[in-house]
Design a protein around this ligand. Sequence first.
Ligand code: UD1
Length: 340
Amino acid sequence: MQTVLVTGGTGYIGSHTAVELIETGYKVVIVDNLSNSQADVIDGIESITGVRPAFEQFDLCDREKTMALFKHYKIDAIIHFAAHKAVGESVDKPLEYYHNNINSLIYLLEAMKKYGTSSIVFSSSCTVYGQPDQLPVTENAPIKKALSPYGNTKQIAEEIIEDTLHATQGLKAIALRYFNPVGAHPSAAIGELPLGVPQNLVPFVTQTAAGLREKLRVFGSDYNTPDGTAIRDYIYVVDLAKAHVISVKRMLDNQNKKDFEIFNLGTGTGSSVLEIIHAFEKATGKKLNYELVARREGDIEKVWADTRYANNELGWTADTPLEQTLATAWAWEKKIRNIN
Ligand code: UD1
């Protein structure tokens, strides 16, 4: 049985990926410092899969502990999710973001070299494209100057990986550039758990429907889009998680075509904020209280993925319909708020 280290494995995307890895037959070791997640997510993973993943609670910026982990477990591949991810907070605390997101990656790469772990999947973001000149955006689109320190950590991390692979025989990596992950596991045993007021659209939608928020503010209705609201490519988190398992297997089976490969993970279809609201209402029968307000600083107008490269190379498609995805987000919100 091959062992996959999932950093940030109690987080939103990490926990869904841990489930898919276990269900595919991998042994999973989770490292998380619980800075933005809770230990009982491990129970959720166990309740879905019947297998309890190994869990080590520490900070990957602790180099000694990271090295000790690799000494203790024989790790075949890494999926590196652990990172700070709040765009606004990164503008206020840039050094925290650079320290946390960059050092953890450097220590993991050092540990790979020292302990002979060949493969790493890196959580990247479509944020590296900024507002693309052409849509849908392909992996070859130019990287634009990052709009936030958070976005910059994703760009720098991709470069650090590329330089390290160039200098090191036997290492390989796949960077996955996510569009907007949404929804929860169909069991409602795991899902997204934002701390405090959600910054992202779908958690704000579900919390508004649950009565935790009075109304949803739609940021910007004067964009150059059909209904004036901004467009994103919303991808079901379970579809996204499956692409990680395929990426790990691709490298461990030596199916990768280059040492460093990059894939867009999206559906290929853009949805406006108003379309999300209406799809949610249709999927759940809940009416949403919302108002149109000014644009949010730093937001781009529209982005959606050209997914052909991922579809063809990985043999993977994100095909869960949007309404079904939003229904899982609502089922999860209802479960954690004890709503019938
Ligand atoms: C944001 C980050 C992105 C990051 C991702 C991680 C910015 C500019 N981008 O993506 O870098 O990788 O989160 O999760 O912050 N919206 C509303 N009302 C709300 C919340 C959002 O109208 O209360 C709108 C936004 O203006 C946007 C869309 O919904 O048009 C999606 O927003 P969000 O979920 O925050 O994702 P991004 O901004 O695309």
